[in-house]
Ligand binder design. Structure first.
Ligand code: FE2
Ligand code: FE2
Length: 220
């Protein structure tokens, strides 16, 4: 992939290091938020899947932490204690359907899509460290979207259509929250050589695909 400008090795290492630390923190928080939710998942199939996901995320954290050590980057957390507590409190406060939207559409699918965008410009070691995590995310997203579709199909048509609009609002809100945390994500992406606008466009296209896939069975 074409790089927009020359990124010096040092600049790249610092920026990729920050992205790796951030990604690892998010995986760790997903692990905890999903673990807490197992107790009130709707059925055994979802409990079994979520328990597996918790194991996957734990594995991702281990893989990433080992790579971060070898990469030799600054390990200072990107999200402070308060922000981590806020993340967990947010997911604790949600009902099941909102949990599915925020966890699987926003964090897993759209966050994962953003991570996918930096893979082509990553060094071989970083790319290798992302392989298993990104593969597993495909399963997590499939589970979440399937559950969400199921929940929507149980609602009366007017309510499910209204909820689809809510999803858009929730995604905008979470996006604003991330920007409000004072973490300059665009700068982080640009510093590893990514075209940030292209990343945004790709994530938005994915978001539209997901919205279409959720709307389709309801219109049928
Ligand atoms: Fe993960
Ligand atoms: Fe995941």
């Amino acid at each position: 992939m074409k790089q927009l400008r020359d990124v010096t090795d040092q600049e790249y290492r610092v920026a990729m290091g920050r992205l790796l630390v951030m990604y690892t923190q998010v995986d760790y928080l997903i692990m905890r938020a999903v673990a807490e939710r197992i107790a009130d998942a709707p059925d055994d199939a979802s409990r079994l899947f979520m328990a597996k996901q918790v194991g996957d995320e734990s594995n991702h954290v281990r893989i990433q932490q080992e790579w971060i050590d070898r990469f030799g980057t600054d390990t200072t957390p990107v999200f402070n204690e308060l922000q981590q507590d806020m993340f967990l409190a947010h997911f604790r406060s949600l009902n099941w359907i909102d949990f599915l939207t925020d966890m699987y559409v926003c964090i897993e699918a759209l966050g994962g899509e953003a991570v996918e965008q930096i893979v082509p410009m990553a060094d071989p070691g970083t790319r290798a460290s992302l392989k298993v995590p990104l593969q597993d995310e495909v399963d997590h997203i499939a589970f979440g979207l399937d559950q969400l579709s199921g929940e929507l199909s149980k609602l009366p048509v007017n309510e499910s259509t209204a909820y689809l609009k809510t999803i858009e609002t929730r995604l905008d809100f979470l996006d604003d929250t991330l920007h409000g945390l004072g973490i300059d994500v665009p700068a982080m992406f640009r510093a590893v050589g990514a075209d940030y606008q292209k990343v945004v466009d790709t994530v938005m296209a994915r978001r539209q695909d997901i919205m279409n896939s959720l709307a389709q069975p309801l219109a049928a």
